[in-house]
Design a protein around this ligand. Structure first.
Ligand SMILES: [Zn+2]
Length: 251
């Protein structure tokens, strides 16, 4: 089995002391490709050099909504330089739960990055916390945009709206928690051809690793959860989700 972790922050400082061991544990399980999005301009040079040292780390560069205060207009110019060697634009998006960051500011940076993604013909990696409807409303103004709603956690109706927009749904560890029974019901009927799997490491560890630092090797738990919920063979789920990630990110 070959698996892609379609969203993990391997550039995070929490991996500095044992990054090679983390990668090794993932590789032993067949998880051998990693899409790594950066969230602020000051992180971009580090991710770029990481991607230069590891052929299976695929970089995305973006301006995350949590850090609007740090983003500067000239970051967009710099971003367009980084995008010449990137697999995606992101992590960008909207977060209605983030206190102290105005939605107007978030919308400004998100729209600017959607525009850049279209100009570079790159997919978007979109953070949409309690704001899937708003993200879809923005995307409706940009019919050429493509991408994935990462760590999707919404209703069936929201999933339909995302898919109608041509965007994939990134399924993360939320699906591994029994207590998320409503979301697990949503996942039951999602079309596999619009899903991809992700850890969001080092955050959001899966149920059996609750409270630990998350890492790509934990992706198997998410894979098994999706396969169980959909009553499909694990291999089939893996190969379809992988094909989706390869297609979107041009891997
Ligand atoms: Zn993330």
């Amino acid at each position: 089995m070959q698996l892609i972790d379609s969203h993990c922050h391997l550039d995070d400082a929490r991996f500095d002391r044992d990054r090679d061991a983390v990668l090794e544990r993932a590789l032993l399980l067949g998880i051998d490709q990693f899409v790594v999005p950066a969230v602020v301009a000051s992180d971009w040079p580090r991710l770029k050099s990481l991607a230069e040292s590891y052929a299976n780390i695929h970089p995305a560069y973006g301006l995350h909504p949590w850090f609007c205060e740090q983003h500067k207009p000239e970051d967009l110019t710099l971003l367009s330089q980084y995008l010449q060697h990137a697999k995606a634009v992101g992590e960008c998006g909207l977060d209605a739960m983030r206190k102290g960051v105005s939605m107007d500011d978030q919308l400004f940076w998100f729209r600017a990055q959607v525009t850049l993604a279209i100009a570079f013909d790159l997919p978007l990696i979109v953070h949409a916390v309690k704001s899937v409807d708003l993200v879809v409303a923005v995307l409706k103004d940009f019919p050429e945009a493509k991408g994935v709603i990462h760590s999707f956690y919404g209703s069936s109706q929201q999933a339909d709206a995302v898919i109608e927009q041509g965007f994939y749904l990134g399924i993360g560890s939320a699906v591994t928690y029994a207590r998320n029974s409503r979301f697990r019901q949503v996942v039951e009927t999602l079309p596999l051809e619009m899903l991809m799997l992700e850890t969001d490491a080092p955050d959001q560890a899966s149920a059996s690793h609750r409270g630990e630092r998350n890492e790509p090797s934990f992706l198997l738990e998410t894979l098994h959860a999706v396969a169980t919920i959909q009553s499909k063979p694990t291999d089939a789920v893996a190969s379809i989700c992988n094909a989706n990630a390869r297609e979107l990110f041009n891997l």
